[in-house]
Design a binder for this molecule. Structure first.
Ligand code: SF4
Ligand code: SF4
Length: 295
């Protein structure tokens, strides 16, 4: 029902998390992506993705799409093609993908790179720093915009430092607090070093009180699943509607958060009181601080 979407005319950032739940990596700390999909399951994911891309194509208003799969999407040609199609839409502001960066580069020739951004996580058990940096350099040479991230495991401090030392300065390396354990997990010295590597690491150490706070999620940012069911974010289960239904846009409005805390970048970056739209201006979804390239 593509016609339904024509009633929507509001600028929107959409986090898409579909059926895909497999990965070419096998990180020990991964809570998902342990699934091997059957051909029928791949088909189901492909059909849902196609429906979503067609819906975005039919939209009239500025749209950003952020693929946040429970697995690795860009090793699948259907997601590569979806990114190619989306990136060429005049009203598409940006297409962003969370990825491990392990795929071949040929498909990038069909992408409008002006509109692509990647959130690439380095997984030390699955690839070497050298291979990863070589890949990052190739992406930079092609003009791809991306951030790189790691999980801040204490025992991996030297590896994180090595990665920072070997990546070009123009690439922002973010560190996620391990397992949301906060400051107590780190010694003061480790904390100091991690903040030297990622000047914004302290932002990720907090569990932000969210209940009652204003948040862009649910108004100008939504999360959707393969059925088009929209939630205000990945962390609040209660649906707010379905993008494939008429009048869906009427559900989008400012409203206070109903969750006690928000502790993941893809959520708290939208919490209005934190002012992070200014800090990450131009790179809110892909997690690149404003003017990072001049650091
Ligand atoms: S690359 Fe990501 S999705 Fe794949 S196994 Fe590692 S953590 Fe999980
Ligand atoms: S503060 Fe976090 S949990 Fe609350 S609505 Fe925003 S993104 Fe969702």
């Amino acid at each position: 029902m593509l016609g339904d979407s024509q009633t929507i005319a509001k600028p929107l950032s959409i986090l898409y998390r579909g059926f895909l739940s497999s990965c070419n990596y096998a990180c020990g700390y991964c809570p998902f992506a342990k699934h091997l999909e059957t051909p029928a399951e791949h088909q189901r994911d492909a059909a849902a993705l196609e429906r979503f891309v067609q819906w975005v194509e039919a939209r009239a208003a500025p749209t950003s799409v952020f693929f946040t799969p429970y697995g690795e999407a860009l090793v699948r040609s259907r997601y590569q093609k979806a990114v190619q199609r989306l990136s060429r839409l005049p009203h598409l502001e940006k297409v962003v993908v969370q990825t491990n960066g392990s795929w071949g580069l040929d498909w990038l020739t069909g992408v409008n790179l002006q509109k692509l951004a990647l959130w690439i996580t380095f997984h030390p058990s699955e690839t070497s720093i050298e291979k990863f940096v070589t890949r990052a350099t190739l992406l930079l040479e092609r003009g791809v915009r991306f951030s790189v991230g790691v999980v801040g495991i204490r025992e991996n401090l030297e590896g994180i430092q090595n990665l920072r030392d070997q990546l070009p300065d123009s690439v922002y390396l973010w560190i996620n607090a391990f397992d949301r354990r906060g400051r107590d997990y780190y010694t003061p010295d480790t904390l100091k070093r991690l903040i030297q590597i990622d000047p914004y690491f302290a932002l990720n150490l907090e569990r932000y009180p969210a209940r009652g706070q204003d948040c862009h999620a649910g108004n100008s940012v939504i999360s959707i699943d393969s059925y088009g069911i929209a939630r205000r974010c990945h962390f609040i289960e209660m649906p707010i509607g379905n993008i494939y239904e008429l009048e869906f846009e009427q559900q989008l409005k400012p409203k206070p958060c109903t969750r006690a805390v928000c502790d993941c970048h893809i959520g708290y970056v939208h919490l209005e009181s934190l002012g992070l739209y200014d800090v990450f201006e131009g790179g809110i979804l892909e997690r690149i601080p404003k003017n990072w390239s001049i650091h």
